[in-house]
Design a protein. Sequence first.
Length: 662
Amino acid sequence: CAIIQHIASHQNSGTTRLLEAGAGVGGTSMDLIPQLDSYGVDYRFTDVSQYFLNEAERRLASFPWVRFGIFDINIDHLSQGIEPNATDVILCANVLHNSRSVVDVLGRLQEILGPGGWLIFIEATKDSYQIMSSMEFKEGLTDFEDCRRDLDTTFLTCAQWESYLWDAGATTVLRFPGDGHPMSGVGQHVFAAQFKPDRKPISPSELRQHAAELLPEYMVPAEIHVLDALPITENGKIDRKKLAGFAPQRRDSVASKGAAPKDDLEREIAAVWASVLRLDFVGTDQNFFELGGDSLLVAQVVGRLRERLPRAATLEWDVLLRRLLNEPTVGSLATLLRSAEARGQGDSGLALIEMKRGRGAPTLVFVHDGSGTLAPYRSLLDAVGDEHRALGVAIQDPAVFLSKDPTTAICDLAQRYVDQIATSTKQGERLHIIGYCLGGLLATEIARQLADRKTAIERLSVISSYRVPFMIEDDVLAEYVFARVMQADPFALGYPSDEAGMQRLITNALEQSPGRVAMNALETAAGSMRDEASLAILNLARKSQEERLDAIGRLMRHAGTDLASPERVRAQYNLIKHSLAAVAQHEARSYQGDMVFIRQTGEVQVLPGMHEDMTSYWTQLCAGRLQTVDVPGDHFSCMATPNVAAVAAALGLDDQRARDGK
């Protein structure tokens, strides 16, 4: 705060333009902003999700000089409406370690800064339990494109940060605390770096006025961007294609293309969507995520719908959430609410959903993951050409799945989905069945049953899918898997940092009861071994399950949001544990056709040793030809941009957008 106040008090222009990247709603912004109230600051508060912006606007309503907007540091800033050379200070509080490439991100940030601008950031400078807990550290940050990829670390040291800042063009680099300071060993530092002090600012409005005095009106540029340098192609020529893409994306223009809501119910739902997405209009047939929505905003929409619409309040929170994740249009949600009012309940618990309406062959059939939703396929679907017809099978109500006997659950689900697919496809229509995670096992069973009915299966593809070969009855081990699925770091939760030690404990437990890790078996194994990994498990076992699940909720990917409420965490845990039981007891029959197994190269896994075991499993299960394709990323990030482009290519679905990495 003192640094920014000093800069603001010496600003020649009178107004200090400050951009906070990835602000969230943590203490940094809330503590800093009130102290800048008298300094003439134009403060732009940003985050990657509108979810946090909505909450921040409410909490900061008394500061009219604070503006709000979306900003992802890993994406080109101009495409997000962030102008180059138009900011005096950029503030990042424990954000920059999320950079895929520190070189690229620092390059973007220094271009955003105007002459003499400062980049000020707080970062962890070593891996430690205390730092990861205080930052609500979230697992999955593994797809680095800088030195961290080879060093197998998440955080950079002080020396590495300073080196990257100098290389990015900084002329001054400051660090607090300095070497020898009592606080220097904590592993958290503030860095301040100044860029471009030798340049003078240029005003786009003054440039436009000057151009208007010299040129005919039709030749005056509609937009002016003050770049540090023109983009250049590999051949050394001006990259006109990149220049043409500098116009900011405007979601309002996309939204205005939708069909108008048909009745009062659709208008009420559309109004809630528009308020959350900050749009003037939402069409009845428009995709929530294509309008700028994300998983966090889905949860916010569910909460507001239940507050404002009596019909929505009659449905369970999770049922509404799943419908929005699986069928994200106003019209679909209105259909659900009408059916709930007419019958006193929601519609069928299992659904076949049309995701794309193309006519090209083959028809794609996406099979839900262990959560029962189609959410993991969102980025992949964006990379699929519009010529494809795409269907998805999903669980709309988790109670339907939880009521099934786990010994037959996968076969029973497959049979229900096969019946739905058979009635929704034409005779002779060729199918490409695709399953991710648990969906790989379910997709294989669906393909086998469809083949028995003489349906034309052109292709079966499984992505990062694995059958746990033993029952997990032990809560501590089941919670370990759950933490991985929710992308909470197990080490920060108190699990062993050594995966080999964790695997030894599991092996010991299985020796005592082959085929299953019985209740409290991990604790018993830990009591007999007494090594570092065992002590960690014994410490966890002393806590109640409520305490352990609360910790997962605090450290999971969406910590601090409606998705991490104690009730939802418990419900999700019950669903994952039931899925584990269903997977372990599923007796798969050999698949007689050919398969494609898409295997992630990253090391973040649901269970120790999973990467090797799942390759062996699919080799044994496939009686035809098995093609194995390695793709970048871990179990989670392989399905997200930019890695999903490689998945689309492996599936034979990539169009030009996927090849461009979009």
